[in-house]
Design a binder for this molecule. Structure first.
Ligand SMILES: C[S@@+](CC[C@H](N)C(=O)[O-])C[C@H]1O[C@@H](n2cnc3c(N)ncnc32)[C@H](O)[C@@H]1O
Length: 285
């Protein structure tokens, strides 16, 4: 069995915990997350365990569900107006294709991930007796070594059809050259409009001291899991990378904006941490 990305398993678990420990209305209903994560009920990390009620894990859970909901709303909206390609970069245990089996006429889905993680996921799907709908294509790509602009067309990506790319929880783990090359590739790949949604982590020294705890805990935690962060950027650096690559419209959402519009008035404690921002960039819209 290949080695999975532990952080991808954890993010799926967070989406599963959302349905057990948070209150409706749910931000995202991912009914496949628990099975895919492979975490069993008797684990110390099981879905109903108190460990998931710490402030930092509540915040990570908010990230796991809101960023997916944000891009999936865009995808479903865009697909209502015509054919669309949805490219899920660093897909991990994303279950969009399993949750939208009837979208074959409108959306071609490409799941792109590190070949090792993707193999693990495909074996996990087999073990669970699940199969990705036929409009899903798996593409193994290591962003540090391979070019998206070569691998996606080889897998059937069509340069005439608009594309939405998601890159959720992935840039944290990449070096700047790999991120810049992938951004350029996204725009080279299509002659039509492109949208991109990704979250990124900002340097802690740019935050008020009270807002640094989530960063400090997770920076250490993921390093201990063997998946250290390499990509930590200020909003200015991210904006420069995007405009230099050719994106012409940027919406860079802060925690304050996300919390005010999507987490206020809830009867649970879900909230988005200040150390993470959500970027929605486009070209040609
Ligand atoms: C924290 S997980 C996020 C997974 C998923 N997007 C989600 O939101 O649940 C990070 C993902 O990035 C992928 N990843 C990390 N480094 C990568 C690389 N160099 N090339 C391709 N994928 C990579 C991992 O395989 C994993 O699926």
């Amino acid at each position: 069995m290949p080695k999975p990305s532990i952080t991808a398993q954890r993010m799926a678990l967070h989406r599963a915990v959302h349905l057990i420990q948070d209150q409706p209305p749910f931000i995202l209903r991912d009914d496949f997350a628990l099975k895919l994560s492979g975490v069993t009920e008797d684990s110390w990390f099981g879905v109903d365990k108190p460990v998931h009620r710490t402030p930092d894990r509540i915040q990570t859970r908010a990230i796991s569900v809101y960023r997916a909901r944000f891009v999936e709303d865009l995808v479903l909206d865009a697909a209502a107006s015509g054919p669309l390609q949805y490219v899920i970069l660093g897909a991990g245990l994303d279950s969009f294709s399993l949750r939208t089996p009837d979208s074959a006429n409108e959306i071609e889905i490409f799941e792109v991930d590190h070949p090792r993680m993707q193999l693990w996921k495909r074996q996990r799907l087999d073990e669970l007796g699940l199969s990705a709908p036929s409009h899903t294509t798996f593409v193994g790509v290591d962003f540090e070594r391979h070019r998206l602009s070569e691998e996606l067309p080889a897998a059937g990506f069509d340069n005439r059809i608009p594309a939405i790319f998601s890159w959720l929880g992935v840039t944290y783990y990449l070096t700047r050259p790999a991120i810049e090359a992938t951004l350029r590739d996204m725009l080279e790949l299509t002659d039509s409009w492109v949208q991109l949604v990704f979250d990124y982590v900002v340097p802690p020294e740019t935050l008020p001291t009270d807002d640094r705890e989530w960063f400090t805990l997770y920076h250490q935690r993921v390093a201990d899991l063997g998946e250290p962060w390499h990509g930590i950027f200020t909003p200015t650096e991210v904006a420069t990378m995007l405009t230099d690559s050719g994106f012409d419209d940027l919406e860079d959402l802060s925690a304050a904006e996300i919390n005010a519009t999507h987490f206020s008035g809830r009867s649970d404690e879900l909230n988005w941490p200040a150390a993470v921002r959500l970027m929605h960039a486009s070209r040609g819209l």
